[in-house]
Design a binder for this molecule. Structure first.
Ligand SMILES: *[C@@H]1O[C@H](CO)[C@@H](O)[C@H](O)[C@H]1NC(C)=O
Ligand SMILES: *[C@@H]1O[C@H](CO)[C@@H](O)[C@H](O)[C@H]1NC(C)=O
Length: 333
């Protein structure tokens, strides 16, 4: 009986959360000027770093006193967004770390700012700048010690973390006069950024490659092409396949409300191991109508490179750790 009650309550809350966060555009939020919510001052100890490598697959703390543990090699830096925990069973960090270490000999650096990312979203947004500075200064220190080269740096940010990732690139460019190699924005959060100028959000100038993945455009995500290359998955907006019914019975309310938004990171993690393609097109409608079938294909996700630019589309359905896409390799004539 108690269990049933719990299920019913879960479903009600889920529906409420989903409708508030995904269906109804968050109207209150973007109209109030940023800074109108008073937040505690930034405390540098609220942001910490860990690093995992093939030699030491369990992440260990990385700080100003032990930079020498970093060996100079391609480096993947992960920045989670609002409500994304960076440890524990619901976190994607262990998965992305595992996939990258299986794929190559990388430094996988994880940025932990959970305390700042689990406030109200409008509050978390106000910590973007100090987090950007903390992360960028860490990378600059590593560069100064020859522990990394900016041309080997790939920052992957999810949601609010995507803006942080891009702005770290911009910070380094402005201070060091060098572009980092790549910024990946796995969905781009909208709240507080709808009318932000390019130098206050993730943008194509932030790195040599800026690849963007849209799964909740217009609701939780920005509905704009922002990168050197943008991928629109299943049209780029809500609901993503699998984000309605089955999820409701998982008792993870947050993941229900944010399901489509978060689906982007599942897709991305999948592409570290498996090839997925996107098809260049000028709209989802034209893509669906088959009008772009002869257009170029670009690797979606981790393999995305400098070669292709513009908007790419694909339909992708994932279940049981397996994804199926409707974009096939282009046949040479
Ligand atoms: C991580 O991967 C495991 C096993 O592949 C999967 O069961 C789990 O749902 C994944 N978790 C996240 C948050 O991606
Ligand atoms: C996103 O923008 C496109 C083009 O401006 C528009 O057609 C579409 O309806 C928008 N989608 C959402 C979900 O807001």
């Amino acid at each position: 009986m108690q269990n049933l009650l719990k299920k019913v309550l879960t479903v009600c809350l889920a529906v409420l959360l989903y409708s508030v966060q995904a269906i109804v555009p968050p109207a209150v939020t973007c109209q109030c000027p940023l800074g109108s919510t008073i937040v505690p001052p930034f405390n540098p100890s609220d942001v910490s770093f860990t690093i995992a490598t093939r030699k030491s697959p369990q992440p260990v703390p990385l700080n100003a006193n032990n930079l020498e543990i970093v060996e100079n090699k391609p480096t993947k830096i992960n920045i989670a967004g609002w409500l994304q925990l960076t440890t524990g069973p619901l976190s994607y960090f262990p998965n992305i770390t595992r996939e990258y270490l299986q794929k190559g000999d990388y430094n996988v650096i994880l940025v932990h700012a959970d305390k700042l990312m689990t406030m109200l979203e409008i509050e978390s947004v106000q910590y973007v700048e100090p987090i950007v500075q903390t992360v960028a200064e860490m990378l600059i220190s590593l560069r100064a010690e020859n522990r990394l080269f900016f041309n080997n740096v790939h920052i992957i940010g999810q949601g609010l973390g995507a803006h942080i990732a891009g702005l770290v690139g911009l910070y380094i460019y402005r201070k060091m006069n060098e572009q980092i190699y790549r910024v990946t924005a796995v969905e781009v959060s909208k709240l507080g950024f709808e009318s932000a100028p390019a130098d206050k959000r993730v943008d194509k100038m932030d790195a040599k490659i800026v690849d963007i993945y849209h799964t909740a455009a217009g609701t939780l995500g920005l509905n704009m092409s922002l990168g050197t290359i943008d991928f629109w998955i299943n049209g780029g907006n809500v609901p993503q396949p699998g984000c309605l019914a089955p999820q409701i019975f998982q008792e993870d309310l947050v993941s229900i409300g944010l399901c489509s938004f978060k689906m982007s990171i599942w897709y991305y993690v999948y592409t570290i191991r498996f090839v997925v393609l996107g098809e260049k097109c000028n709209s989802y409608a034209n893509f669906k109508a088959g009008l772009c079938e002869q257009n170029e294909r670009a690797y979606f996700g981790d393999e995305s490179g400098t070669k292709y630019k513009g908007d790419f589309y694909l339909d992708l359905t994932c279940s049981n750790q397996k994804c199926v896409s409707n974009v096939k390799p282009l046949r040479k004539r």
